[in-house]
Design a protein around this ligand. Structure first.
Ligand code: URA
Length: 263
């Protein structure tokens, strides 16, 4: 691996900053001064020192992010703001989102540079529960609720969804919940559903817990019974709950306990 890449991944500084440090003679590899940032090193064997401080293996980082609606879960996009645009103030090299949320979905999104952690958390056989709070238009009868919980065949798929938990918290007409709902919706969510809401349709609020990560899964599971999701927020992953003191668009490091709770 290149020396400058290693130092940046170890959070010594940005790529640019670490290159300057190397050229200024602040970095030693196995006790010898190295002035070329692109020098090849072997992190498992070589001892890297910056100003006489030994740099360990790449430091693992874990963040909880409160994703707002309107940004895409990607490292880069030619048109939309991405979730990584909110991480300007930290070293983002090697940092990636664990799983993804749709552009109009809000809530808990994890970031790490730990590939193994990501792999373990995403493995379908680990059945990690993810809970989503939703508002949708429509009505769910007992039969539809049972089917959503027991597993259903989504359009275009050959395998039924795994068992899920569904809790309905509120049902009624849009006008009854207008204020509550409108206070939640961002511009993008509102624009997408304005027409639906104008006709004072039945709406419902609930929580759906799934253990898979199929594309648009929550929306499609509800859509299968005629319910159109107008607001969606992920509120937990496993035992980890979204820290509601975290403002939309903000992030904070996970505590050791929180990291352990996901392993
Ligand atoms: N299910 C969805 O439909 N969208 C998401 O963003 C996450 C789960």
């Amino acid at each position: 691996m290149r020396l400058d890449k290693y130092l940046a991944l170890a959070s010594v500084g940005t790529r640019k900053a670490v290159r300057v440090m190397v050229r200024e003679g602040k970095v030693q590899v196995n006790g010898e001064l190295v002035l070329e940032p692109a020098s090849e090193i072997h992190p498992e064997q070589d001892q890297i020192e910056v100003q006489n401080r030994v740099i360990g293996q790449t430091q693992k980082i874990y963040y909880m992010f409160h994703k707002p609606a309107g940004c895409v879960t990607a490292r880069w996009d030619h048109k939309d703001k991405t979730v990584l645009d909110y991480f300007d103030s930290v070293q983002t090299e090697g940092l990636f989102p664990v799983g993804r949320l749709d552009k109009d979905t809000e809530g808990l999104l994890l970031f790490t540079n730990d590939g193994e952690f990501n792999h373990e958390l995403m493995k379908p056989e680990h059945h990690i529960e993810k809970t989503y709070l939703f508002w949708a238009t429509g009505v769910l009868d007992e039969c539809a609720k049972r089917s959503i919980q027991e597993g259903l065949l989504l359009k275009g798929e050959v395998e039924r969804t795994k068992k899920a938990k569904l809790e309905i918290e509120k049902t009624g007409l849009f006008q009854e919940y207008k204020e509550e709902l409108l206070s939640l919706l961002s511009d993008i969510q509102f624009q997408k559903t304005e027409k639906l809401l104008r006709s004072n349709r039945p709406v419902l609020k609930g929580q759906l817990t799934i253990t898979e990560g199929r594309k648009h899964q929550v929306k499609r599971m509800l859509q299968a019974y005629g319910c159109h999701v107008i607001y969606l927020k992920r509120i937990s992953i496993g035992r980890l709950k979204l820290d509601e003191t975290l403002k939309k668009g903000s992030f904070r490091p996970l505590s050791q306990e929180e990291i352990q709770s996901l392993k």
